[in-house]
Design a binder for this molecule. Sequence first.
Ligand code: PRX
Length: 649
Amino acid sequence: MTEQQKVYPVSDEFAAKAHADKATYEAMYQQSVDDPKGFWGEQAKRLDWFKAPTKIKHTSFDSHNVDIRWFEDGTLNASVNCLDRHLETRGDQPAIIWEGDDPKDDKTLTYRELFDQTCQLANGLKGLGVGKGDVVTLYMPMIPEAAMAMLACARIGAVHSVVFGGFSPDAVAQRVIGAKSKLIITADESVRGGKQVPLKDNVDAALTRDGTEVCENVLVVKRTGGEIDWKDGRDVWYDDIVTQQSTDCPAEEMGAEDPLFILYTSGSTGAPKGLKHTTGGYLLQAAMTHQYVFDYQEGEVYWCTADVGWVTGHSYIVYGPLANGGTTLMFEGVPSYPTHGRMGEIVDKHSVNILYTAPTAVRALMAHGDNVMDSSKRDTLRVLGSVGEPINPQAWEWFHQVIGNGKCPIVDTWWQTETGGIMIAPLPGATDLKPGSATLPFFGVVPALVDNEGNELKGAAEGNLVIQDSWPGQARSIWGDHERFVQTYFSAFKGVYFTGDGCRRDEDGYYWITGRVDDVLNVSGHRMGTAEIESSLVAHEAVAEAAVVGFPHDIKGQGIYIYVTLADGFEESDELKKELTQWVRKDIGPIASPDVIQWAPGLPKTRSGKIMRRILRKIAANECDGLGDTSTLADPSVVDELIEHRANR
Ligand code: PRX
């Protein structure tokens, strides 16, 4: 039997206690697709509404009129759902367990404490003139204040836009300008793996860029006490505006379709796009998936290792777990610090029951051998989860055997920034597992495979993954550019949402995501547009032209391979390679660091001038025998030259 055919059946014992067994999943799934209005109308009751919705679903994927509305006449507040409603029964229960970068640092916030501090911050934000509909940028370390900032925005109806703390000043500036953000909340420094990252300095640099004048204030959390510059009148200490505030802050009544947040992500072309997520549908999707996919049970400690800067952190560190009254663990550091055993040690220290992480983290640990987890027992673990990229069966097995002691089901969850919540994943009490497959659709999700002409492929097949009908957590638009939203997701194939992913469906109806079919890279689970990296490179004076492709990388999943054509007067050198690497890191962030740079006197282009990336990808992957048809190239000889000097042998 090959690895890919291996099946891990649901244990009867697990199924008996789970939120859903096989029969429940099947019945609920069927109802969710046969009668979406009835199904979601009922499920909406898991949220607390000021006014319960009566209009459940109004959605159109027609490219002439893309219009997505869920629960549109209902009103609610996300922070009330994540905080207030738990106070009576769970006021003293830990809401957030925070584990610092240094293993000696930790703290716990109960629901009562989180509520009080969030309300104080919300009042502080109001004092700074922030109100309903204003956009607040968060550029923060992984500290409880990040979650409080999100919830405080939600409380007063402000829209948060979290920018990953590893991004550059330019990336911050771009997003502040794009969203016309009035306020940035940041910290003096963040700490990761024993090193400081100068967040406030980065914000200072960002705010020197033209167009950032829209930003009136910078609210600064003191995390390290490191030295920072201060601009009077603009910069405000978090403690100064928060500590004195009342813990009473009535929540704003928000329409279900009012925006909750914007989150920028990379596409195949152009600048990153700010996906707009709204309040009711998003929160419902986050809460419901968190409960069912992780089989979250009352009182359990749940740990998602993502950063709040990504959608995974939004839905599965903050909104999902807190809406469910769960205990969510937030980790400031990195799994390799101070030692590679850290992840297991955290599990033991806080008795973690559910661990949700990324294949790249699993592979990085795996590279250190089976004993890497010897410093911990991990016997509290019950469910493991994976997200961000396909998990190769070998890493799945290692995750299962070594981290999970061979006893925890793994939920491989496929979804996207655009989808708001998990879309295709097993339910651990219902779905037999196949390592490497995200398995079956969540309630209400109708996946389909189409060929490049848009014809639907039935049965076992491989093609482009599309979703045929709307689900509540779906992004509603791209902030300020609905047309781009329509073009990006609804124009390639008629009447369906196009995910940008390729996928295979096997004879059991299981889905196996094969990776992006567009020019988006997935490096260590981080999404990056090749066009963004290319435009950064060509801004360097030595670069005449650049082409960026992904190549298979043992740990990162995909690595970044760059072909550079130098401008006249510049010489190839290792120093220049280093300089270009630094350039991209500084321009976009360390996550965009090139793995390989190859000098390319010419790039393979069609006669109409289009770069043939297919060929560049093959060369980068060292698969030079199967280059396919090169007869349409303007100058086929450039290919031989590139093969001869390829850098990845
Ligand atoms: O290619 C898919 C991959 O990550 C992309 C979405 O990236 P992002 O919006 O940053 O969200 C990541 C976290 C939800 C998808 O288009 N992807 C995500 N999860 C999986 C995956 N590929 C395979 N298997 C997964 N479980």
